[in-house]
Write a protein that binds this ligand. Structure first.
Ligand code: HEC
Length: 146
């Protein structure tokens, strides 16, 4: 009985690790967290009900996440090439200079948002949050299938 329990526990633990080994799953998991943070911040911006500490935490978290997905784009993992369902366009690899620029733009804007959020000036936060959202959209327009 104990052995069976141990084995099923191992199976449970092995599950997510196996999925995370897949680069498509890994990057999509991180992008889902992007969305979660951005949605929570967007809600505050829209309703104009700011919890500045909370917003600041989200901005820091998003800035950390902004460093993470890019290592999970190995060659051969575009849509149509990968076994997993992915929206990654082949342009990621054929226009790699533009791709790198789009990544750098995001990192620059999330770093700035983190800084502006720490200062706590609501007007500046709103403007900078808009700038971050623009970098999401502009990359998706070029490099993600709709
Ligand atoms: C440098 C390019 C780039 C930037 C910047 C970028 N994304 Fe993406 N995003 C992608 C690509 C490429 C995919 C498709 C990944 C795949 O399917 O393999 C994607 C997928 C997604 C997904 C879908 C994940 C899923 O469920 O499969 C969400 C949500 C998302 N991005 C949100 C965001 C948000 C929010 C931002 C800005 C804070 C952002 N992204 C910035 C390139 C980018």
């Amino acid at each position: 009985m104990k052995k069976i329990l141990m084995l099923s526990l191992c199976a449970v633990l092995a599950g997510p690790t196996f999925a995370a080994d897949d680069p498509v799953v890994a990057r999509q998991t991180i992008f889902k967290q992007f969305k979660k943070d951005a949605a929570a911040m967007g809600k505050m911006v829209k309703a104009d009900t700011f919890n500045k500490d909370e917003f600041s935490k989200l901005a820091s978290h998003l800035d950390e996440l902004a460093q993470q997905p890019w290592q999970h784009f190995p060659a051969g993992s575009a849509s149509g090439q990968s076994k997993q369902k992915t929206d990654a366009k082949a342009e990621i690899w054929s226009k790699s200079a533009d791709w790198t620029k789009a990544i750098d733009n995001l990192k620059a804007e999330t770093a700035k948002l983190k800084q502006v959020a720490a200062n706590g000036d609501v007007a500046s936060i709103k403007i900078q949050f808009g700038a971050v959202q623009k970098t999401c959209k502009s990359c998706h327009d070029s490099f993600r299938k709709d």
